[in-house]
Ligand binder design. Structure first.
Ligand SMILES: Cc1cc2nc3c(=O)[nH]c(=O)nc-3n(C[C@H](O)[C@H](O)[C@H](O)COP(=O)(O)OP(=O)(O)OC[C@H]3O[C@@H](n4cnc5c(N)ncnc54)[C@H](O)[C@@H]3O)c2cc1C
Length: 307
């Protein structure tokens, strides 16, 4: 399907510019729908869409309650792709949009490509071992795209901003809401990252990595087992194909073996420096600079040198 129009839907204003930039490269017409206030919309007007519709969810409503209303808006076009940010809310919304638009949903799309009349969606499959290209055979399609996949354009045009009038249709009503305790870091926006793997033996030793991050002016991220299994860092800190995809200027990778699932999240970094005591660790195949050594010796030496 040609799909010359892309609707970009996000519940996170900062994600809009990246998503619209990817959409703009693949379609003639881009409409952004932001769940946020008028002020959020004004701040995001330079996202690169032709028009930006905003909606602060009504009291007790959640973004996915607007799926039917968004589908009605999308159906004003003869064919269109709906690109939703890959947050938990975004994935819920994408599923419902698939129902209302009578089409399939592709999650974690990593590239969009025009091939003649077709709009091809690429994504990693088999745990990152292979790439697959797919096209929608129906007039509408729904995809989710994570942070860091596309690069925001610097000179994007200003969108025409207007409220989105659609009404919520929910089967759930939020009655309480408690902010989460874990402190999140914005790895997608970080210019420098210290990436911690299972080579760190104890939770207390993270302090060493934090010290290195402090002298580098970097954020601390990690591999999945450090967050999911050890629970030493918040889940939002792990990078990879099922985690955050980052593209900093510098990433210093400490005690990470370099499995494909992790590399898929960090391989857009401009410079990758790896420290691993195993000289045959796969991370060295992806690193620009590699240090074969014990991170407990290398990192203190680096901190001393850089301080
Ligand atoms: C479907 C699927 C999706 C996945 N998604 C992700 C994902 O998004 N992100 C992710 O990270 N993983 C993901 N994984 C898990 C992934 O396959 C790896 O298991 C994980 O990335 C390994 O983490 P690690 O490199 O920290 O640990 P390990 O593989 O255990 O590597 C630890 C490394 O530390 C080195 N080391 C040990 N001690 C020291 C020391 N003192 N000094 C220096 N080096 C040392 C070792 O030589 C080793 O290379 C996924 C797996 C599957 C199946």
């Amino acid at each position: 399907m040609s799909m010359q129009t892309i609707f970009v839907v996000s519940d996170e204003a900062p994600a809009l510019a990246e998503l619209c930039s990817g959409a703009r490269a693949a379609a003639a017409q881009v409409t952004a729908i932001l769940f946020g206030s008028e002020a959020d919309a004004a701040g995001a007007a330079g996202c690169g869409a032709d028009r930006l519709l905003y909606r602060q969810p009504a009291d007790g409503a959640v973004p996915e309650d607007y799926a039917a209303a968004i589908a009605d808006e999308v159906k004003k076009e003869p064919s269109a792709l709906v690109l939703v940010n890959n947050s938990i809310r975004g994935r819920c919304l994408a599923g419902k949009l698939g129902v209302f638009l009578d089409t399939a949903v592709l999650t974690s799309v990593s590239a969009l490509e025009r091939s003649g009349e077709e709009l091809v969606c690429h994504r990693m499959v088999y745990g990152g071992m292979a790439q697959r290209g797919e096209v929608f055979t129906k007039p509408y399609g729904v995809i989710t795209v994570g942070g860091g996949v596309f690069e925001a354009a610097n000179d994007a045009p200003q969108a025409a901003v207007a409220p989105f009038e659609g009404a919520p249709q929910g089967s759930l009503k939020r009655i309480t809401s408690t902010s989460k305790k874990e402190g999140g870091v914005d790895l997608v926006a970080a210019k420098r990252i210290v990436d911690v793997g299972r080579g760190i033996a104890k939770e207390e030793d993270l302090e060493l990595c934090r010290k290195l991050a402090a002298v580098l002016g970097a954020e601390v991220g990690c591999s999945r087992p450090v967050a999911e299994n050890n629970k030493w860092l918040p889940k939002s800190s792990y990078m990879g194909i099922t985690g955050v995809q980052v593209k900093p200027e510098l990433i210093v990778v400490l005690g990470v073996s370099g499995q494909i699932q992790h590399i898929g999240g960090i391989n857009k970094s401009r410079v990758i420096v790896a420290v691993n005591k195993d000289k045959s660790a796969p991370i060295f195949k992806n690193a620009d600079l590699g240090v074969v050594g014990d991170l407990y010796k290398v990192v203190p030496a680096l901190i001393e040198k850089l301080s």
